[in-house]
Design a protein around this ligand. Structure first.
Ligand SMILES: Nc1ncnc2c1ncn2[C@@H]1O[C@H](COP(=O)(O)OP(=O)(O)OP(=O)(O)O)[C@@H](O)[C@H]1O
Ligand SMILES: [Mg+2]
Length: 255
């Protein structure tokens, strides 16, 4: 059996009476790209925050890289890379200064930091731009710099929450080429996206609708099984089915 980077059983999060993540079972093997899809407000970021060890689940269990999300969140935080839509860069600092800053946060030694920065600058195509300020970079370059910052400490698991929102198609393609290369090198990737062309590039996807995982599996197999033309059609079909179901409707549940 392959090694699992993420395993959850019945993972649940309520904010007061609002049920945001309901009983989610997830298994992500090492080196896989797992895509989390679902409408706005469905609980994707909440699920991610629990897996990063920054939000305590209400119920259920979760293991990330072998560490328990409730008991060992600090061990998880040190070992994962995380990147959000907002990129968390220092706009006034140059590319190199941003990388230096994050190296410091991760406690990299000088020589190690220099070597790793060089590798990442090459991987992300930022060669020659090292002294350019982050504020002057276009969306695609900023995104690749943020990815490099998240990879400085060689995380075994990279969690990406809508990393390509607002980025042009060419930059999105370059970004995904990097993601695929990382997975090939054994890094596990958990990514949320609203783009179905990106979902197709995942080894497996899970479709979450207001707290509940409705379907999961390999993209091509899901399309075949549901007799639809593509993931776009499947996504729309699932949402419509839910919205037309008087017992469920659209929206989160109060318990
Ligand atoms: N700290 C909180 N307290 C109360 N409600 C919250 C809290 N954090 C998130 N929520 C609610 O949980 C729901 C799910 O939010 P979440 O951000 O997980 O959705 P999402 O699937 O990531 O959506 P999007 O695609 O828009 O990013 C939302 O209704 C949100 O308002
Ligand atoms: Mg979100």
């Amino acid at each position: 059996m392959s090694q699992l980077s993420i395993k959850t059983e019945g993972l649940t999060k309520q904010f007061g009476k609002l049920l945001v993540v309901n009983n989610v079972n997830l298994e992500v093997p090492k080196g896989h790209i797992y895509g989390f899809l679902g409408p706005n407000g469905s609980g994707k970021s909440t699920m991610i925050r629990m897996l990063c060890g920054v939000l305590e689940p209400t119920d259920g269990v979760g293991e990330v890289l072998g560490y328990d999300v409730k008991r060992e969140p600090e061990s998880i935080k040190q070992r994962i890379g995380y990147m959000s839509q907002k990129f968390s860069l220092y706009e006034e600092l140059t590319i190199k200064e941003n990388l230096d800053f994050y190296s410091g946060i991760y406690g990299l030694k000088r020589k190690e930091s220099r070597q790793r920065q060089q590798e990442l600058i090459e991987l992300s195509g930022l060669v020659g731009r090292e002294n350019q300020r982050a504020s002057s970079l276009s969306g695609g370059w900023k995104q690749r710099l943020a990815l490099s910052c998240a990879l400085l400490h060689r995380p075994e698991l990279l969690i990406l929450d809508e990393p390509t929102a607002g980025v042009d198609p060419v930059s999105r393609r370059i970004f995904w080429d990097i993601i695929k290369q990382l997975a090939k090198d054994g890094v596990t990737i958990l990514v949320t996206t609203h783009y179905m062309d990106e979902a197709e590039l995942c080894d497996e996807i899970g479709f979450i609708f207001f707290g509940n995982i409705l379907i999961k599996g390999k993209p091509a197999e899901l399309v075949k099984k549901h007799g639809v033309r593509n993931l776009d059609d499947l996504f729309i079909q699932l949402v419509e089915e839910q919205e037309n179901n008087p017992l469920k409707g659209g929206g989160l549940t109060y318990v």
